[in-house]
Write a protein that binds this ligand. Sequence first.
Ligand code: HEC
Length: 247
Amino acid sequence: MRVVVLSWLLVSFPALLYGATEEIQLQHTNIDLHDKASLKRGARIFVNYCLTCHSASYMRFNRVGRDLGLTDQEVKENLMFVGEKVGDTMEVAMRSEDAKEWFYGVAPPDLSVVARSRGPDWLFTYFLSFYLDPSRPTGVNNLVFENVAMPHVLWDLQGWQKPKYKMEVYADGTEMQVIERLELATPGSQTEDEYRRTVRDLTHFLVYLGEPARLERERVGPWVLLFLGVFVVVVYLLNKEYWKDVE
Ligand code: HEC
């Protein structure tokens, strides 16, 4: 009897779990912070489409410029619009109390370290997963962030996606309509491939924002290893030299 119950549990437990929380598969993106061209494109999208609502208060404009190889003048021309100084941090014009009112009680969070809390694959999937949902005040919902208060700000690039549903039958026999996939209903100005590249650039920039020192560390790293290598040889020779006299 015990064996029967146990095997029933083993067989049906995954199904029960599956019914309880339908996990969305995250889409994977390769992160390569040496790809400066991608980081620069990402920075431009960020200041054009995100900085109106979100801040990145731990980052200064001129630091971005330095890390991405832009002069102060280029930073001013490409990344700044509202008369900030290049030494300023990336703040929003909107006060967070106002923002809260406008976004149904949720203030847009600071994005300085969002890549560390969410991870690159989540961010990549998030920007690909907005879909039309007339029941939401913003008119959109998101597969990986249910009932998100953020509008689909990249709609002019991606266009609008609609969900395609399927019937899911659970272990206890109940049926429920779930989203099978998203389909492009109205195209935007970019093709699907171009939009994926845009979103990858943006994800790149957010990963960089979360850990700007990583660029520096990767640049310095090989030199540190080389120094340690040479140092080991010197120490070895010195050691041999000292012991020669003792022995
Ligand atoms: C019109 C204002 C607005 C703009 C523009 C905007 N967002 Fe948002 N964003 C929000 C709001 C509001 C939330 C909070 C959503 C919630 O908690 O339901 C949010 C949430 C997020 C989150 C989830 C944060 C978390 O971990 O909970 C990310 C990531 C994000 N935004 C990235 C971006 C990026 C990147 C851009 C630019 C492409 C952008 N947003 C543009 C309003 C905005």
